[in-house]
Every structure is written in C-alpha cells, then in structure tokens.
Design a protein around this ligand. Structure first.
Ligand code: UT7
Length: 321
C-alpha cells in the first residue's frame, strides 16, 4: 500500500501594520511606479515590536490545527523554517511546540532561506512515507523587516513579514506526489544575511540582507524553469495536468516566466506578492493557504509549488490536494 503525505489543514498570519510603496519612497530614492513595475509589489506587512517568529507561527499553526480538526497533541513532528528565529537556540520549533501545548512531537528548525517551505514539505513527506511520523506540522515564519537594511533600495522594497502553516498526515489517498529539492552553496555573495554575533570580524558584517538582485533574478528564472521540467518528468505528467501554480512570491516577472514555461494563464497562478511582498519561507505556504481558504484550490486538484532562495537553494512539490 502506498502511503501519501496528505494536506489536512492550513493556516496563515499577517501582522496588522502595513508599509506601502509610497511609505518607502519617503525614506529611499524610489517610487511606487518603479517598485510595482519591476516587482509586482504594492505593500507589505510589518510585525509589531512585541511579535516574534514563534508568536506568529503559533497563530498560523492554530488555524491549521482547527482546519484539520485534530488535537495539537496528535502532531508528532514540528518543522519551522525561519531566517529570523526568536533565539539562536532553543529552536523556534521548540518554542512553538510549547506554545501549542504539544508534549509528544520532535521539533526542529531548518534553514533554506526562501526555499524553506518546499524543503520542509520534502522532509515532512519523507518522514511520513517512511513511517517515522504520522502527523507533521510545517511552518514558515519570517520577520524580514528586522533583517532588511531600510536604507538599501535594492532590497528594502521587496520583503515583508508573515507566517503560514500546513499540516500533513499519513493517508492512503493521494497527497504529495513528489518533492524535489536542491542546493548549490557557491552563491553566498549574491544573496546573504550574515550573523553578526557569530562573525569573527564583528565590525565587518552587519546583520542585514544584501543581494545582487539582477544576477539572482537571472539564475532564478533559469533554475525554476528546470525544476518545472524535473517535476513533470518525475511524475510522467503533461503541463496541462497542473491546475494551480503556487510560486515563491519574489518577483512577478520571475513568476510570469515560470507560468509561461508551463503554458499556464496567470489566472491559474496564486499571487499574493502585491499585498504581502516577499515573506521568504512563509510565502509559498501563505499563498497556498490563501487559495485554499478562498476556494480556488479544490480537493482533488493538482498544485505545483516552487521556490528559490539564498544558498542557492531551490525546489518544488507536486500535490494532489
Ligand atoms: O527571494 C529570494 C530570491 N530573490 C529574488 O528572486 C529577487 C530577484 N531580483 C529581483 O527581483 C530584481 O532584480 C530587483 C527587483 C531586485 C531589481 O530589479 P532589476 O530590474 O533587476 O533592476 P536592476 O538591479 O538591474 O537595477 C536597474 C536600475 C539601476 O539603476 P541604473 O544602474 O540602471 O542607473 C538601479 O540602481 O534600477 C535602479 N534601482 C532602483 N530604482 C528605483 C534599483 N532599485 C531601485 C528602486 N527604485 N527601488
């Protein structure tokens, strides 16, 4: 009997405060027109001072638990991906486990930058398929606003804060059909966020995101095109079998290139970046949750998730919802 990892619930959280393109154009040399035309972004949410990755993760996770109608103690593995953990340790996943009142799960964080969602999905699927876990909670929780250099117009226009969760459970019914994840560690200088506390030269590195945007853009378009082919080939599927594309929300031009490759109309692409910006590892899960809750993604449909981030890391997941 084939065991699948089936999505049984999703949740999402966006902080209340919003920063618009107009707000940013008052502090750096940019404009709403430039940002929207080059990225597709209009606004992003910004966490309040008292919010943390674990507090946002808790809200998203509780929504997913409610949607799945399970008990928090049914979860036996919790994976959080975040670039802004509450602490170096304990992990945000451990803090989340405690916030949920769960006593039985194994909990750990992963770091795959913006690809954290599909990396978590891959790990969850492997645990479920091997029988090592039955019910797995994955969460992406990011407070990008605290690691963005608000004087750098090349990056501060892009990122936003948010958290999203997905619950997966072992099932005989089809669920995750395949996952594909990759890394190439040769690109540190194109996209990175140093950890100033651990740097040997504390004066040299600030703890902010730096990116050579244009170079990242080109690699991302190329790589995401290849991952689409890899996913379709692995499943022996034609492009036409995919009902929805749920991409990482980095740039609408990158997303449009992937949709074109799939010969998909933009109507079949879940876009949240106009309202949310790039929420790093939360973005794919936030978009998935949005389209499930507004009724676009229906049970039985086939959904392609993909992401690309620092490392570089990249990956995809094909899900029969
Ligand atoms: O999530 C992880 C993966 N990340 C990504 O996938 C991000 C990929 N990169 C991008 O989304 C785009 O490269 C950006 C949106 C960051 C930049 O867009 P671009 O079309 O690649 O612009 P560029 O970097 O080639 O810069 C073009 C011009 C430059 O001016 P000059 O040298 O032509 O005079 C920049 O200085 O635009 C200038 N520029 C800006 N102008 C107004 C750069 N940022 C801004 C800005 N407002 N915010």
């Amino acid at each position: 009997m084939t065991v699948y990892a089936k999505v049984i619930g999703t949740g999402g959280y966006l902080p209340e405060a919003i920063k618009t393109n107009e707000d940013i154009s008052k502090t750096v040399d940019t404009s709403d027109e430039w940002i929207f035309e080059r990225t597709g972004i209009k606004k992003r949410h910004i966490a309040a001072d008292d919010e943390t990755a674990s507090s946002m993760a808790e809200i998203a996770a509780k929504q997913a638990i409610e949607a799945a109608a399970i008990d928090a103690n049914d979860i036996d593995l919790i994976i959080v991906s975040t670039g802004t953990p509450d602490n170096v340790y304990p992990s945000t996943a451990c803090l989340l486990q405690h916030r949920l009142g769960n006593k039985k799960a194994v909990a750990f964080d992963i770091q795959a930058a913006c690809s954290g969602s599909v990396f978590s999905l891959d790990i969850a699927t492997q645990y479920i398929k091997s029988g090592a876990a039955k019910t797995v909670l994955i969460v992406g929780a990011e407070i990008c606003s605290r690691i963005v250099d608000w004087t750098d117009r090349g990056t501060c226009i892009l990122f936003g804060d948010g958290a999203a969760a997905m619950l997966l459970q072992a099932s005989e019914e089809a669920g995750v059909l395949s996952t594909h994840i990759h890394s190439d560690g040769g690109f540190e200088e194109l996209l990175k966020c140093p950890n100033p506390q651990a740097a040997s030269d504390k004066t040299a590195e600030q703890g902010y995101i730096s990116m050579k945007g244009n170079e990242v853009f080109k690699v991302a378009v190329n790589t995401l095109g290849k991952i689409v082919d890899e996913t379709l080939t692995a499943n022996n599927l034609d492009k036409s079998a995919i009902d929805w594309l749920v991409p990482h929300q980095a740039n609408s031009r990158i997303i449009a290139a992937t949709a074109k490759k799939l010969k998909m109309s933009m109507e079949q692409v879940v876009l949240t970046l106009e309202e949310q910006g790039n929420t790093s590892s939360a973005s794919v899960l936030l978009a998935f949750n949005t389209a499930v809750r507004d009724g676009r993604i229906q049970r039985g449909q086939v959904v392609l998730l993909e992401a690309f981030g620092a490392g570089f890391t990249w990956g995809s997941a094909l899900i029969k919802y």
